[in-house]
Design a protein around this ligand. Structure first.
Ligand SMILES: *[C@@H]1O[C@H](CO)[C@@H](O)[C@H](O)[C@H]1NC(C)=O
Ligand SMILES: *[C@@H]1O[C@H](CO)[C@@H](O)[C@H](O)[C@H]1NC(C)=O
Length: 370
């Protein structure tokens, strides 16, 4: 072999090596644990040179970072009056384009994050079950920087490249550790945002089925399948609840079935073979939003979003093409950011990570709230 050929081979080998190494971090986000507060590093995702770039914000959050420009990516899930959602840092963003960079927006000061502006939440149900806590609700999403009238996607600590969406995002809760300031890191969680609604579930780290209750592969079928609920727009209530079935698992005529989400390149999901069972709730306590979110009274949305209307309504059952974003909505979408599991080959994952988006089928919009 000529030296030239040898060196080209070496270059090729090096390239292959680099591209194989530059997608996945040495440690997946879901395997990184940090005690609150002293164990938390400034940034959780410090791996250099990976395909999706750098963590957007930071994880040490305090009085200095408590403002509406905060890039805090440490989130909380405690109670109906003390939870955070993941949302974009810049106005008028699409979830699909920003899922890797979302920041925490909370209902209460004290976590060093942005606050959800007054009036953005129009109905919220918080549910505590033996296995998880979940919050489901209705939101004027333009007030938290999600473009009005657009449908969204799923954030979770996995993602195609295992760096999480958002990358480096952490979630803590006092729900499984005795309340107060005993904040415990939640390893498995998922958060769906878009279509004027949201749901966020944090699974008890001590529950052996936490990863199943907080499944991260069904990113196109929204809240009604991942967090089946009876939240009502206009009602704010906190309830006890029974556990749901694992997302994607359902029973027909006594037979337990498992739903598999089709790959996005097969086009929009037109029909679902089941309706998820809504688990019973009890001991619901209703309050007014002003009682719950008094601290938000002074926080107004920066983006002048009050005139924005939700076109086409995320709750409608229409399956006609309604423009979930400025991107193509069906067959041309090639990737989904969070559907892949850890078994994805690096090649697939690299493709997913490079495209960096999870375009959602039109049916997602119909199913999200219907
Ligand atoms: C507050 O948070 C910022 C951003 O993470 C950090 O740079 C700063 O050191 C923190 N301040 C204190 C007193 O911990
Ligand atoms: C929820 O109710 C508010 C009015 O309180 C309305 O503006 C909004 O469109 C409703 N959201 C959905 C998704 O139906």
């Amino acid at each position: 072999m000529s030296p030239v050929t040898l060196s080209s081979l070496a270059a090729l080998a090096a390239l292959t090596l680099v591209s194989a190494q530059s997608t996945f971090p040495p440690t997946p986000l879901a395997s990184k644990t940090f005690a609150y507060p002293t164990g938390i590093p400034y940034m959780v995702d410090t791996d250099q040179g990976l395909i999706r770039g750098f963590q957007k914000g930071y994880n040490i959050c305090n009085g200095t970072t408590q403002n509406q420009d905060s890039l805090c990516q440490t989130s909380f899930m405690n109670s109906i009056d003390d939870f955070c959602l993941w949302a974009p840092s810049e106005p008028d963003s699409l979830v699909a384009n920003t899922e890797g960079e979302m920041v925490a927006w909370c209902t209460k000061p004290g976590h060093g994050t942005r606050l959800i502006p007054e009036g953005a939440l129009t109905g919220v149900q918080f549910i505590k079950t033996p296995a998880y806590v979940a919050v489901i609700g209705f939101v004027d999403q333009a007030k938290i920087n999600i473009a009005a009238g657009t449908f969204g996607g799923e954030m979770d600590p996995h993602g195609a490249d295992l760096r999480g969406n958002p990358m480096g995002g952490l979630v803590y809760s006092n729900s499984f550790s005795g309340g107060g300031s005993n904040f415990q890191q939640v390893i498995e969680w998922h958060n769906f945002m878009g279509g004027g609604a949201f749901c966020m579930k944090a699974c008890d780290p001590a529950n052996p089925d936490a990863a199943h209750f907080c499944e991260h592969r069904l990113d196109r079928i929204g809240c009604n399948f991942n967090v089946p609920n009876n939240a009502q727009n206009g009602t704010f209530e906190s309830c006890d609840g029974e556990n749901q079935d694992f997302p994607g698992v359902y029973t027909v005529n006594g037979q337990v079935m498992t739903y598999t989400q089709p790959p996005e390149d097969q086009g929009a999901i037109q029909t679902m073979p089941y309706t998820a069972r809504v688990p019973a709730t009890s001991n619901c306590v209703q309050k007014s939003s002003t009682e719950l979110y008094a601290a938000l009274a002074t926080v107004t949305a920066a983006s002048g979003s009050s005139s924005a209307s939700v076109s086409g309504s995320g709750a409608s059952a229409s399956v006609t093409k309604s423009g979930s974003s400025s991107k193509p909505t069906s067959g041309t979408a090639s990737a989904t950011g969070s559907a892949a599991s850890g078994s994805a080959t690096s090649n697939e994952a690299a493709t997913l990570a490079i495209s960096g988006v999870s375009l959602l089928g039109v049916v997602f919009s119909a199913l999200f709230l219907s």
